[in-house]
Design a protein around this ligand. Structure first.
Ligand SMILES: N[C@@H](CCC(=O)N[C@@H](CS)C(=O)NCC(=O)O)C(=O)O
Length: 216
């Protein structure tokens, strides 16, 4: 039994972020699987956990925490080493900007609850997903590359030589981009981050396809 319990679903990108952060910090957790395709997140039982009906939820010592970026910040404050954020305020602001492009600018638009409002037309849903993911990743690439010029950082991670929250957010977004057949070849920084992180043990362990609840 761990002190940490994570409500998760293999293809939930927000859960994927938290799985990466937990692994990065070497924290074990007990999973509780919530099947999004079966609508388990919309049942009253789960809404008592997160009133938005969203994954993930991390339970720490019996207390429930929701919103993946708030959870990452909580983990950072409770377990600062290894860090997910740089030391300097200016660097932290830049990392948080890369985090928010994914968290606020891309992921909410690919959510089931949003796609369901578009109707059943699979082609229309796919076109929507491709449009917003491509738009957001293009902005992420441009901003990351501007940060490199401003600071002289050369990677290999999203922001410099150390793994940060910006990587923990980008990796799940790339999984979703590939799932929807988006061509990433125009994004050299994103491809560099992908190559630098893909084989890290905590990244591989958090991968959706490696989760016990993954469906082939
Ligand atoms: N801002 C929230 C977003 C959470 C979120 O959108 N979760 C998705 C899975 S990645 C979800 O549970 N969706 C359920 C639905 O759309 O019905 C966070 O970062 O935790």
């Amino acid at each position: 039994m761990s002190n940490l319990t994570l409500y998760t679903y293999w293809r939930s990108s927000a859960s994927h972020r938290v799985r990466i952060a937990l692994g990065y910090k070497g924290l074990a957790y007990d999973p509780i699987y919530v099947n999004l395709l079966e609508g388990e997140q919309r049942r009253d039982e789960y809404k008592a956990t997160n009133p938005m009906g969203y994954l993930p939820c991390l339970v720490v010592g019996g207390v429930k925490y929701v919103e993946s970026t708030a959870i990452l910040e909580l983990l950072e404050e409770l377990h600062p080493d290894p860090p997910l954020l740089p030391k300097k305020a200016e660097d932290r602001a830049r990392v948080r900007a890369l985090v928010q492009i994914v968290n606020a600018g891309i992921q909410p638009l690919q959510n089931l609850v949003v796609l369901d409002r578009l109707g059943e037309d699979k082609d229309a849903r796919l076109a929507w997903l491709r449009h917003f993911i491509t738009r957001g990743l293009g902005a992420w690439e441009a901003l990351a590359s501007r940060f490199q010029q401003e600071t002289g950082h050369a990677g290999p991670f999203a922001y410099g030589a150390s793994f940060t929250s910006a990587d923990a957010l980008l990796i799940p977004q790339l999984y979703a981009a590939r799932r929807y057949g988006i061509d990433l070849s125009a994004y050299p920084t994103i491809l560099r981050v992908d190559a630098a992180t893909r084989d890290l043990p905590f990244v591989a362990a958090a991968d959706p396809d490696a989760q016990p609840d993954a469906k082939p």
